[in-house]
Design a protein around this ligand. Structure first.
Ligand SMILES: Nc1nc2c(ncn2[C@@H]2O[C@H](COP(=O)(O)OP(=O)(O)O)[C@@H](O)[C@H]2O)c(=O)[nH]1
Ligand SMILES: [Mg+2]
Length: 452
């Protein structure tokens, strides 16, 4: 328990109809009582918890008519006594209130300090805190859904049950320590093997969700690729529905990489327009081509673009060769003019004929991108999806330990096997925080906003 009462403005800086100031700690009521006179003529300490009281707040020469609510420890966000003022949302009112609360003995809170207290008081575990931060930062409905699942304990339940299950395996292995004279040659008892195999399969499935989970959270990167003048920049503009990229009939117009975000069916996409890939003697253009190649390597999905009014040439074919193994859509642009392309295009990729000029086929392209993102399957199922790199790393390490334990199970003594099983157990604990280092904990809370 931290004995110092902390205070912060919890609403964003700027004008708003309502602004919230929050206090947490032993002196919350006492401080609030000096600043607030309820029309019910009740002291804050006598407020019925969780109920709003109307009254007058006075902080120096600043006054406001506001609502105050008292959350009594331990039934509050932080687990301590919490008082919240709901004032009018101008900065002067809130800052005067903050200043007065500090004069009365509160300390301005650090970033995420309320949440840190909630964590220390067992109100949330680390993964819940990360889910809460993701929910605040969510940029699409799909990512908010995954954030809420994390916040409300999706991972916590899973990890807790994995840890409990592993504890039974640990008990079996430890039992072997007690009977060394019986010379248990190896620990390959079916109970341990079953737990390890089950966990390896569950973890592998969970880890497999990470790529899509990360894409949902951070946006799916889509690179538009093709030789010069096929209409890549026009396609970017058509997808965005606005003129963002410069379009001309001069080959080599786009030199740098242009990136723009758009949202489709509650998923965020980051679209990259690149320089047309071709050999050129222009130094600047070649830097652009180099960047285009890098984007191509990193992108989750590539739109390989071709001009339907011209036959495929060697530059097109070179691009087609690069597509192997890529998550890719072939866009045949300029469908509004007569088709001259004698298409010998690979059939393993979806092909969409469209016109960036008339917008024909753009919706089909967006729909296909959505489909390729794999989001629908994950979002509609209630199964867990990993979105957090920290979780991904810890679980991948846990998986390695479990695999090692399984491998050495028939051949090594119990005191060797137990090491890997215990390490896997500890890796699980990093997600919820029970075995997380102070550094991890600090980093998570520092990233939270002030007043949270
Ligand atoms: N008719 C027609 N012209 C297009 C279409 N898309 C692009 N263009 C034209 O093709 C030329 C090159 O377009 P741009 O988007 O700059 O190609 P980029 O070099 O691949 O980025 C421009 O003159 C565009 O107006 C289309 O769908 N139909
Ligand atoms: Mg261009």
């Amino acid at each position: 328990m931290n004995d110092k009462t902390i205070v912060a403005i919890s609403t964003p800086n700027g004008l708003g109809s309502v602004g919230i100031l929050r206090l947490s700690g032993e002196k919350s009521c006492e401080i609030s009582n000096t600043l607030f006179a309820s029309f019910a003529k009740l002291a804050v300490t006598d407020f019925e918890p969780n109920k709003l009281y109307l009254g007058k707040m006075t902080a120096g020469i600043v006054s406001d008519k506001c609502l105050v609510v008292y959350f009594k420890a331990p039934r509050s966000f932080t687990g301590e006594d919490v008082v919240e003022f709901q004032c009018h949302g101008g900065r002067v009112v809130l800052e005067a209130l903050l200043k007065s609360a500090v004069k009365l003995g509160a300390r301005p809170a650090l970033n995420g300090e309320f949440s840190r207290r909630a964590y220390l008081n067992g109100k949330m575990d680390l993964s819940n805190v990360e889910g809460m931060a993701d929910l605040i930062n969510a940029e699409s409905e799909a990512s908010s859904k995954l954030a809420f699942s994390l916040f409300s304990g999706g991972i916590t339940h899973k990890i807790t049950s994995l840890q409990e299950e592993l504890e039974t395996a640990i008990a079996y292995v430890e039992a072997a320590f007690d009977y060394p004279e019986e010379d248990v040659p190896a620990m390959d008892v079916p109970e341990v093997r079953i737990v390890l195999e089950k966990q390896i399969s569950a973890l592998s499935a969970l880890i497999d969700t990470y790529k899509t989970g990360k894409n949902i959270k951070e946006g799916i990167s889509v690179a538009i690729l093709g030789k010069p003048n096929v209409g890549k920049s026009s396609l970017l503009n058509a997808i965005l529905g606005e003129e963002r990229a410069i379009v001309t009939d001069i080959a080599g117009t786009t030199r740098d990489v242009l990136s723009c975000r758009y949202s489709y069916r509650s998923v965020n996409f980051e679209l990259f327009d690149t320089a047309g890939i071709r050999a050129s003697s222009d130094k600047i253009e070649m830097i652009g081509v180099d960047r285009a190649r890098k984007i191509f390597d990193l992108a989750d999905v590539v739109i390989a673009t071709f001009d339907s009014s011209r036959p495929l040439d060697n530059e097109d074919k070179e691009i087609l060769e690069k597509l192997q193994g890529k998550n890719c859509i072939i866009a045949i642009n300029k469908a509004d003019i007569s088709s001259k392309i004698s298409l010998n295009l690979p059939t393993e990729y979806p092909i969409i004929t469209l016109s960036a000029k008339t917008q024909d086929g753009i919706i089909d392209l967006k729909e296909k991108l959505y489909e390729l993102s794999n989001v629908e399957k994950l979002i509609s199922s209630e199964s867990l999806v990993l979105t957090n790199e920290r979780h991904f790393v810890s679980l991948s390490e846990a998986l390695e330990h479990l695999k090692t334990a399984l491998e050495i199970l028939p051949i090594m003594p119990a005191d060797c096997i137990i090491l890997d099983i215990r390490q896997a157990w500890e890796k699980y604990g990093e997600l919820t925080g029970t075995t997380a280092s102070e550094h991890i904990v600090d980093t998570i809370f520092m990233k939270l906003c002030l007043g949270k």
